[in-house]
Design a protein around this ligand. Structure first.
Ligand code: SF4
Ligand code: SF4
Length: 476
């Protein structure tokens, strides 16, 4: 994608484009868009500012109807707190004011619980869990009917206004919000996975998006109160400064902070297959019209996924490359054919799995003597040539141990472990055609908190291999 001629170069970006109220018009039984006095919480705030708060108001927190106990899309603890605050407006602005809060879930985290309790003491505010079945016009009033209430009886309320708790939809849900010039497109890749939120790893690296140098804060990262947004903005700004300084020193940002090596490409042997450009989780590799990779080093997070993807094995780092791990595999002793002395290699991701394995060792958990462990930057960096080398050297099984992938992924490089899993499926097919059991090569997903489970996972794999018997190609 060509850069716009008016584009200004920037070293880092703090993305603080916020949120918009989520659409609630799909819930026809609630009448938003068709009944005048059914408004969203966002619209009610404007009315309150203008001094137009009616005397009787129902605050509906969940759509009810056929939606079971689901909340409106993007509802959260902030929308619960907003309902409490707006219910208080009704009593403060009207001597006889009555507010009715109908909810499935009230989320009041931490000290906010005290605010909730205090609001419950207000005689003018009535709370009940309820499933709203209909909102109808009734002369100048609106009638709200609900069932499954806390009192066990159906409910019918006559009110002046109904306020729907529209959730806080991140503006990055709209794919064009940031308009990046990346071959993967103008938005963050795979946004559908996260309902439009932009973090690359919500737990370990807050503010980091899936595009190096772009740091998110506020509503594009998660629903937040004003206080939380101020903290968040500070965090993202500090990350942006850290990025500029790291780039200035020629070293990488999280998670391999300070790494001074880049992936080297031995271009004479490149077949322009595009696997590296397509698999790079951070869009760090552009390509020309023939498919030749064009590295953008400042975007690179040194995960090595490109190295794992290359069928020609021509990508490597000075301190982490095909030959280096290949030599580690060769250095592992492979016993002669003997059912009691099999050899199994486990490639272990350095982010969660290896520290968890370390902790399992420190807690003196027994690990089978037939296993040998090789740490890798990410399972995405595992080149299938290493697995072929291990099997042809007579090893009896290979396991990849790394982070969870899929919708709730924990991979520190976004999709490295998922890509590794796909490659392992393919290698399983190849093994079958060679007459080797595909079950000899497996992947397993663990988190750092799984240190007590890891011994069982690897020891169970050893038992499976023992049952299969030695690698039939041993010694050939
Ligand atoms: S090391 Fe990772 S981020 Fe860098 S180019 Fe390779 S795949 Fe992309
Ligand atoms: S994966 Fe290897 S061979 Fe294919 S385009 Fe990239 S560098 Fe070239």
């Amino acid at each position: 994608m060509a850069l716009d001629e008016n584009a200004e170069p920037h070293g880092a970006v703090v993305l603080a484009t916020g949120w918009v109220p989520a659409d609630v018009s799909q819930y026809e039984h609630l009448g938003y868009g068709s009944i005048k006095n059914v408004v969203t919480n966002f619209e009610f705030e404007k009315l309150a500012k203008e001094g137009n708060v009616p005397e009787n108001v129902a605050f509906i927190q969940s759509p009810g109807g056929k939606e079971d106990d689901k909340d409106f899309p993007y509802c959260n603890s902030v929308t619960s707190m907003v309902a409490l605050k707006q219910a208080q407006y009704v009593c403060e602005d009207n001597a006889e004011g009555k507010a009715f809060v109908l909810y499935q879930h009230m989320r009041t985290a931490g000290n906010h619980e005290l605010y909730y309790k205090n609001t419950q003491l207000n005689d003018g505010i009535f709370f009940t869990k309820a499933s709203v079945t209909k909102v109808e016009e009734n002369g100048t009033k609106l009638t709200v009917t609900a069932e499954d209430t806390l009192l066990g009886e159906d409910l019918s309320l006559d009110v002046d206004m109904v306020v729907l708790a529209a959730g806080m939809e991140p503006t990055t849900k709209d794919q064009d919000t940031i308009n990046l010039a990346y071959r993967q497109g103008p938005a963050f890749a795979d946004l559908d996975l996260f309902d439009g939120y932009s973090d690359s790893h919500f737990i370990c690296f807050p503010y980091e998006t899936r595009r190096t140098g772009v740091y998110a804060c506020g509503g594009v990262r998660k629903a937040e109160t004003i206080d939380e947004t101020i903290d968040d903005a500070t965090g993202a700004a500090l990350k942006a400064i850290q990025c500029l300084e790291s780039t200035d020193r020629g070293v990488s940002v999280h998670p391999r902070s300070g790494d001074a090596t880049y992936p080297d490409f031995f271009m004479q042997r490149c077949t322009q297959c595009k696997r590296c450009t397509e698999e790079c989780p951070f869009g760090a590799l552009d390509d020309d019209e023939k498919g030749t990779p064009l590295p953008n080093n400042t975007r690179c997070r040194r995960c090595g996924t490109c190295m794992g993807s290359c069928p020609e094995r021509i990508i490597g780092f000075k301190d982490y490359n095909i030959d280096l791990i290949g030599s580690m595999i060769k250095a592992v002793e492979v016993p002669e054919e003997d059912d009691d002395r099999l050899r199994i290699i486990v490639f272990v991701c350095e982010n969660d799995a290896y520290p968890a394995l370390d902790m399992a060792g420190m807690r003196r958990n027994g690990i089978n003597h037939m296993l040998r462990f090789i740490p890798v930057r990410c399972l995405g960096s595992v080149n299938m040539a290493w697995i072929r080398d291990a099997l042809s050297a007579g090893m009896d099984g290979v396991m990849l141990l790394g982070c969870t992938y899929g919708d709730d992924y924990q991979c520190h490089f976004v999709k490295g472990s998922e890509i590794a899993n796909q490659r392992m499926d393919n290698i399983g097919d190849t093994l079958s055609t060679l007459g080797l059991e595909s079950e000899r090569c497996v992947t397993n997903q663990v988190a750092i908190t799984d240190y007590d489970k890891i011994p069982q996972i690897v020891n169970d794999f050893v038992e499976e291999i023992v049952e299969m018997g030695p690698n039939p190609f041993k010694g050939f």
